[in-house]
Design a protein around this ligand. Structure first.
Ligand code: F6R
Length: 340
């Protein structure tokens, strides 16, 4: 491979993708919020797969935790195949799909509309099937993403959810959003060299765990997916609580652990977890402000995912190359996965 991978280039494009998305979504998000209020919407259903599903996990924490809307992640087959007899007349259904072409996500949204839901989507493709299927398309501005492994479309989706939550009244978020692009640029500069060093220590590993809690749990899931699809490492993402409910018994010196520190209310919990993992012999890769894989300091715990995901992406990209894989073209994967 000569020159940087598409994935590495697209990782660097994330500050611009987030800035452009925040700028573009002001008006469409305001329209969606106005209709949501007019229709007394009280709950939200999020429909997605893969990385987009991880962005939806983040969306769930924001919309429920900071906006008071009961929010659930849909199991798409309940809508597409089992015709769940749900009443969605006071619900907002949001499909999340960077390509906008995953068939079951479009079909599930159509089903939700038929059950009375107000519909919206978060997509990077303005003319896509999903954008045409909903009343409120929120189109992210990540630009063309050519690496199969999603990076900039993922953080653009996070930005869309943060923008929606801010417009729904989450004031802490609203104050912090504008600082994100600069903090992301700073993080990429801080994290690049340590990510390469950390990758070199993981090159012979076959499994890993990625751990966070609360608003950053979505990043643990996404980091694990990036390690699986690009570096072919069997990684699993956990909340620190869930890890302790059984899986920790399988952690050994052969299971390196990426621990994501977002600060905030779970700061001490994640600190204790590192100690517990080390006591089991695990090699810990600590990610966050002032950590081995450093990041800039986020304005609040809720916005930490924007900086925390960057070292994890850099690590996965580097590790893939060290293990002899092309992160832009993972084995057997394509940019649009046609699940029904
Ligand atoms: C992983 C990745 C996939 C997609 C998933 C859904 O890097 O890109 O997990 O997120 O296939 O695709 P979209 O978002 O296009 O519906």
């Amino acid at each position: 491979m000569t020159g940087p991978t598409r994935m590495r280039l697209e990782i660097a494009e994330q500050p611009a993708a987030v800035a452009a998305t925040l700028e573009a979504l002001g008006a469409p998000v305001a329209e969606l919020v106005a209709e949501l209020r007019a229709r007394s919407i009280a709950s939200v259903v999020l429909i997605a797969r893969g990385s987009s599903d991880h962005a939806a996990v983040y969306g769930r924490y924001l919309l429920e935790g900071r906006c008071g809307l009961v929010t659930a992640l849909a199991a798409p087959s309940l809508y597409t195949t089992y015709a769940a007899p749900v009443d969605l007349r006071h619900a907002l259904a949001i499909g999340v799909s960077q390509s906008g072409e995953t068939p079951e996500i479009v079909a599930a949204l159509r089903y939700a509309a038929g059950r009375g839901a107000l519909t919206a989507c978060i997509t990077n493709a303005g003319g896509s099937a999903i954008a045409r299927a909903v009343e409120h398309p929120l189109v992210t501005r990540a630009g063309d993403e050519r690496s199969v492994a999603a990076t900039k479309t993922f953080t653009a989706q996070l930005a869309a959810f943060a923008s929606l939550a801010a417009a729904l009244g989450a004031s802490t978020l609203a104050r912090g959003l504008a600082s994100l692009p600069d903090l992301m640029t700073e993080t990429i500069a801080i994290a690049e060299a340590p990510a390469a060093l950390a990758a070199a220590t993981l090159v012979d590993d076959d499994a890993a765990v990625c751990v966070a809690r609360g608003f950053s749990y979505a990043v643990a899931l996404e980091a694990a997916l990036k390690l699986k699809e690009t570096a072919a490492i069997w990684a699993e993402g956990f909340s620190s609580a869930d890890l302790r409910h059984g899986p920790t018994a399988a952690v050994t010196s052969a299971t390196p652990a990426l621990v994501l520190h977002a600060g905030g209310v779970f700061a001490d919990d994640l600190e204790r977890l590192e100690g517990e993992l080390r006591a089991r012999g695990a090699r810990v890769v600590s990610i966050g402000p002032g950590r081995r894989l450093g990041t800039a300091t986020p304005p609040c715990e809720e916005l930490a995912p924007f900086t925390l995901v960057l070292p994890a992406q850099l690590l996965a990209e580097r590790l893939a190359r060290l293990r002899g894989y092309d992160p832009d073209h993972p084995r057997g994967l394509r940019k649009v996965t046609e699940t029904h």
